[in-house]
Design a protein around this ligand. Structure first.
Ligand code: ZN
Length: 262
């Protein structure tokens, strides 16, 4: 897995480990990736971490929390209020472990099982300095949050704008709700000029929001016109998406069809 470090603004640093974007400013880390990418992140760190924000409860954003928290046991962990309950469910942890193991194995990395048996605090704007705002951005997932830095004009949006392939293509990711996904993207566009996504080093100006909306409508229209789950799967299981577990991408195709037909 290759590692890229990029200074985005005065305070914001991107550390990309393979497909996963980590964002650092001051002693705050936004998003946790997988366990194997988190180990590589830790090796590259030039600071200690005091706050960790988890963008949403998908394995490629939360599994690495176990590794980061064991390196920085005093760091406070913040996430949407739904996530503190989710991590107590054995079945959820088991599924994330399977996806995390399969993902890391594809990169030749062996991983240990993990749990998330520690306090996760409800994230809120009050937890942070005044220029940082927590914005709920559901649609990709019900517990998706974004972090806006008003002073430096950037927003960390994780997967709220879909999945950016390194070829430049955008894969829509409205797993929770199509209408909420579109609403969240419109909200993001109204709040910031710079959007920092969750994968493949993708940082764009806010015009990218229009691309994400257009691609989402295009896919929904095609599904409503008869594109099947199998068609959607074949279309998206390529480039970086093919490095995800097969079962994950099958579930992605199933959800995209389901939400398009609601
Ligand atoms: Zn996600």
């Amino acid at each position: 897995m290759d590692l890229e470090v990029r200074q985005v603004t005065n305070s914001l640093k991107l550390v990309r480990v393979g497909l996963i974007n980590y964002y650092l400013f001051d002693s705050l880390l936004f998003d946790c990736g997988t366990t194997c990418t988190a180990l590589k992140l830790i090796e590259s760190l030039d600071r200690s971490i005091q706050s960790i924000v988890v963008s949403h409860a998908h394995f490629d954003h939360i599994a690495g929390l176990a590794v980061i928290k064991s390196k920085f046991p005093d760091a406070r962990v913040f996430a949407h209020e739904r996530i503190a309950g989710l991590v107590k469910k054995d079945k959820v942890i088991e599924t994330w472990n399977e996806e995390n193991r399969e993902f890391c194995n594809k990169f030749g990395e062996n991983v240990d099982p993990f749990n998330l048996d520690f306090e996760i605090e409800n994230v809120s704007t009050e937890n942070f300095p005044e220029h940082l705002k927590i914005i709920e951005t559901p649609g990709h997932s019900p517990d998706a949050i974004s972090l806006l830095n008003e002073k430096e004009g950037f927003m960390l949006v994780a997967d709220a704008l879909g999945y950016p392939l390194s070829s430049g293509k955008n894969i829509p990711m409205y797993f929770h709700s199509f209408s909420k996904y579109i609403e969240s993207i419109e909200k993001i566009k109204s709040l910031t000029d710079k959007v920092c996504l969750g994968h493949n080093g993708a940082i764009f100006n806010s015009e990218y929001c229009d691309v994400a909306i257009e691609e989402a409508f295009k896919l929904k229209d095609e599904i409503q016109g008869g594109l099947t789950e199998e068609d959607v799967f074949k279309r998206i299981y390529k480039e970086e998406m093919s490095l995800y577990p097969l079962s994950t991408i099958k579930a992605v195709a199933r959800l995209l069809v389901k939400r398009s037909l609601e």
